[in-house]
Design a protein around this ligand. Structure first.
Ligand SMILES: C[S@@+](CC[C@H](N)C(=O)[O-])C[C@H]1O[C@@H](n2cnc3c(N)ncnc32)[C@H](O)[C@@H]1O
Ligand code: SF4
Length: 421
């Protein structure tokens, strides 16, 4: 437990500098390299209900505002198409991307006309699992649908303020059974270590997942920004990281027989299933308000203000508002964290990219995790061991808490947002 506590403290401290962005004056939009493939991340920041634990860029859904937003989004996609990007993977996240299914379909059609797309993944909520919406998504070429469930426990769903809008655990389970098999992958998003969640409740959730059976399940540890942690501790209870390991071990051991991990927290029934895009692509291009891009060692974020975002694109201008150049050491650390989160690093690919610098610069990390028996060599691949998986849950949890803190700062600066939080 001591190592886990130390890792949490150290990473929280380290991420304070790692994730400090500079505000940038609007610059020219980046250009793509002819010989590279990119992931396109598309952000839809609207939800019918706002969950108290969530720090993503999201606002209460309003039809007129969202319709204007989708139009601006399509303009941004066209502008990047003209700038030579070759996006082969598409991930549409939110918010709730399916709040306006026809607008989403028009956007996906434009994306497929603009880029040589191989795979499209879309996030949704359980109340959008209807024949009409599923039909629209399939027709628009969606291969992977990711449904946010969080838990099948009605008491937890009520505490998360999702029950009244997204339905009871039993109703969600029935919908998932009905639509499993219609997409290449139907993923179920769950959260563990929620303050009111007992081990017995988590065990029931795991049995339901296996009984559906879900193609794929992503079990996120609860990751709340510092500000959100304070808010939810007053209403839902204190976040207790000391039981996180036990809960994770329960998930890992119960899923082990039927599922294989594609990342430290995403488990698939079959090896070929699409899971964590961020792991498969070295670079990604973000479009939409509050989206992130990682291109050529530079991390950038679009403005979090929907009005400002729309106005920028309506004038054919870049919506990038923040950026940070990673040093070579930061790029290597980022690769080390992300690739191992995807369970292994191809050391030959790393040598092609960084030469010997990678092992020379990261010798302390390599020594530490090998010493902890978290990593092992398997031919030319450096792999997580079973023990290593939980260390990477901590690593990514702290990374995303850092990202959530940054989002909170950006969102608190958003002014004049009708219905904005
Ligand atoms: C950002 S949501 C977008 C899709 C959809 N609106 C939903 O609620 O599922 C995607 C997933 O992120 C996860 N998530 C959101 N807030 C989280 C938090 N504070 N900690 C861990 N996971 C979280 C949830 O599992 C959620 O399903
Ligand atoms: S968890 Fe999903 S539905 Fe809830 S506020 Fe966040 S993005 Fe919206």
């Amino acid at each position: 437990m001591l190592i886990e506590k130390f890792m949490t403290r150290y990473l929280r401290y380290q991420n304070r500098n790692y994730l400090t962005f500079n505000e940038v004056a609007p610059k020219e939009m980046p250009r793509g390299h002819e010989d590279r493939e990119y992931l396109l991340y598309v952000h839809i920041p609207f939800c019918e209900e706002l969950c108290p634990y969530c720090s993503f860029n999201r606002y209460k859904f309003q039809e007129n505002r969202a319709a204007r937003y989708f139009k601006a989004l399509r303009r941004e996609i066209e502008l990047y198409g003209e700038r030579g990007f070759k996006c082969t993977g598409v991930y549409v996240g939110g918010g709730t991307p399916t709040v306006m299914p026809d607008e989403l379909a028009a956007t996906l059609n434009l994306i497929r006309d603009t880029f040589p797309v191989r795979e499209i993944s879309v996030e949704t909520n359980p109340n959008h699992l209807t024949d009409a919406i599923v039909g629209t998504l399939l027709e628009a070429g969606v291969n992977r649908l990711s449904v946010g469930v969080q838990s099948f426990d009605d008491e937890l769903l009520k505490a998360m303020e999702r029950y009244h809008k997204y339905g009871s655990g039993a109703a969600i389970e029935a919908s998932l059974k009905r639509y499993t098999g219609q997409f290449d992958t139907l993923n179920v998003d769950m959260i563990f270590n929620f303050p009111l969640q007992s081990l017995a409740s988590l065990q029931r959730d795991l049995e339901i997942i296996k009984a559906i059976p879900a193609d794929q399940v992503t079990f996120y540890p609860l990751m709340v920004s510092t500000a959100t942690e304070k808010i939810i501790s007053k209403t839902l209870g204190k976040v207790d990281y000391t039981r996180e390991k036990l809960y994770y071990q329960e998930i890992f051991s119960r899923l082990k027989s039927d599922y294989r991990p594609g990342s430290a927290w995403c488990f698939s029934r079959q090896a070929a299933m699409i899971d964590e895009y961020i792991v498969d692509y070295d670079e990604y291009l973000g479009v939409g308000s509050g989206s992130f891009s990682y291109l050529g060692g530079r991390i950038m974020a679009n403005t979090f203000a929907v009005e400002e975002y729309c106005a920028k694109l309506e004038a054919d201008r870049s919506a990038i508002a923040f950026s940070k150049d990673f040093s070579m050491l930061e790029q290597m650390r980022y690769d080390f964290m992300i690739k191992l989160f995807g369970t292994s690093i191809d050391m030959a690919a790393i040598r092609r990219r960084y030469g010997q610098l990678f092992t020379e610069a990261l010798w302390k990390e390599l020594l530490l995790f090998k010493g902890l028996k978290a990593l092992e060599m398997d031919g030319d691949r450096l792999r997580l061991t079973e023990k290593g998986y939980y260390y990477w849950v901590i690593m990514m949890r702290e990374f995303f808490i850092g990202v959530n803190n940054f989002r909170d700062i950006c969102r608190s600066q958003v002014k004049n947002q009708p219905d904005g939080e």
